[in-house]
Write a protein that binds this ligand. Structure first.
Ligand code: ATP
Ligand code: MG
Length: 405
């Protein structure tokens, strides 16, 4: 599993020379992993940076492109160093693929040298790596589950997958049930309490991993739940900012965070989807699901251009006498493959519900369990596209042949 590298709240100024590079930089700046950073781009490469910083202070990070030869690059960087504040990091995008140059640049104080053409995700990863402390705990992965319409089985699938990730993949997993009024996570696991998420939502400024730890309810050896009390006796509003704080704090200590989203549309739901590392979208094989799934997938493709589309699950397939839309038609209409098809199986799902256990636990040999297990295994493994570095590489790593970059 590739941990997601998030870029902190830093100022970045980029000085480009080629149209390909500025395009990659702008796409990188719009990436969800850079949402907290502030980036600007200017034409003119290193000479433009030198001119500007004679009168202005330098940002946290300077990203400069040089299309020129080695000598010009070294001379320009020497002049840049004279106007650069000592705590500003400099990343160079160059067009010369030479390990000696790389070493010279690092000796001159350059933080990283990458050879054009650069990919947006490579820029994100390079910047994130500069700010990732060696001692920092691995950053958790957020998997958001949402139904294309109410009642299609998204929560049940979410809980079964979380259970499998904790139990069989052995990954420390926390379920966040964000269906505060009607959430079923506690019910599904046969619990009275479902955790104190209201406390975190009401006072996001107090949230840290210690507080969250206290609010969790234990569901099993490696499985925890953060949910609400359920019920409609209290009104509440959820701010995107509160969700962000909770997820950020949780990422510090929990490797897999599984978010159970209700079927509604609000800024905080949109925020959660846009910032999740993976999205599982569950639909039933009928028209309303198809329309809503298409709308969500289309929106996500535009808003998350550097991420794979959601994992599409078709659930409750084969309800007797119901005319259904085939998986192939879903794929055609939405432009995304149906990853998993789960049959309608009221006996298994009903029995699991009545016993407060998972379908995967009670009827592990059923076709539905098999399908959900496949989904959980897919989520546990590396998926194409989740790797933060795509292609193009740091020259040193390339020459030394290290990593699979
Ligand atoms: N494949 C299936 N076969 C039979 N019943 C199913 C199947 N999948 C889910 N169910 C049942 O459908 C009901 C609704 O499931 P669930 O609460 O998970 O849906 P949801 O999409 O989360 O709904 P909501 O919109 O309320 O959040 C539950 O009783 C569940 O046990
Ligand atoms: Mg639900």
């Amino acid at each position: 599993m590739t941990p997601v590298a998030l870029v902190p709240r830093i100022n970045i100024q980029a000085f480009f020379e080629s149209p390909q590079t500025v395009e990659a930089i702008q796409t990188a700046f719009a990436d969800r992993r850079m949402a907290r950073a502030h980036g600007t781009t200017m034409a003119g490469g290193i000479p433009a940076a030198i001119r500007l910083f004679q009168t202005q202070s330098t940002p946290n990070l300077l990203l400069v492109e040089s299309t020129g030869p080695r000598e010009a690059l070294l001379a320009n960087l020497a002049s840049l160093a004279e106007v650069c504040q000592p705590d500003t990091k400099v990343v160079v995008i160059g067009h010369v693929n030479d390990v000696i140059l790389y070493r010279d640049l690092i000796r001159q104080g350059v933080s990283e040298y990458i050879v054009a053409p650069v990919q947006p995700l490579q820029i994100v990863e390079t910047i994130a790596a500069l700010y990732r402390s060696e001692k920092a705990a691995p950053i958790g992965r957020v998997i958001a589950f949402m139904g294309a319409k109410g009642g299609c089985g998204s929560s049940t699938i979410c809980h079964n997958c979380a259970w499998d990730l904790a139990r069989n993949a052995g990954v420390e997993t926390t379920i966040i049930d964000l269906d505060l009024a009607f959430g079923t996570a506690a019910l599904d696991f046969n619990l009275d309490a479902s955790g104190g998420i209201m406390e975190a939502i009401a006072q996001p400024e107090r949230v840290d991993s210690l507080l969250l730890d206290r609010l969790l309810v234990r569901l099993g050896d490696k499985l925890n739940l953060l949910g609400g009390p359920g019920g409609v006796d209290k009104d509440f509003t959820i701010e995107a900012h509160a969700v962000e704080t909770i997820l950020t704090a949780m990422r510090v200590s929990v490797p897999t965070i599984v978010v159970d989203l209700p079927n509604l549309w609000a800024p905080w739901v949109r925020f959660t989807l846009l910032h999740a590392d993976q999205i599982v979208l569950t639909a039933e094989p009928e028209l309303a699901s198809l329309r809503n799934a298409k709308a969500l997938v289309d929106m996500l493709k535009v808003a998350r251009p550097n991420d794979p589309p959601p994992t599409l699950v078709l659930n409750q397939v084969g309800v007797p006498k119901r005319p259904e839309i085939a998986a192939a038609d879903f794929r055609k209409a939405i432009g995304t493959e149906v990853a998993v098809t789960i049959p309608f199986d009221p006996a298994s799902f009903g029995a699991a519900l009545n016993n407060g256990r998972m379908v995967l636990d009670m009827t592990p040999r059923s076709k539905a369990a098999e399908a959900m297990r496949k989904l959980a295994r897919d989520l546990a493994g590396d998926k194409p596209g989740t790797s933060v570095v795509a292609s193009g590489q740091s020259i040193l790593k390339k020459i030394l042949g290290r990593g699979k970059m």
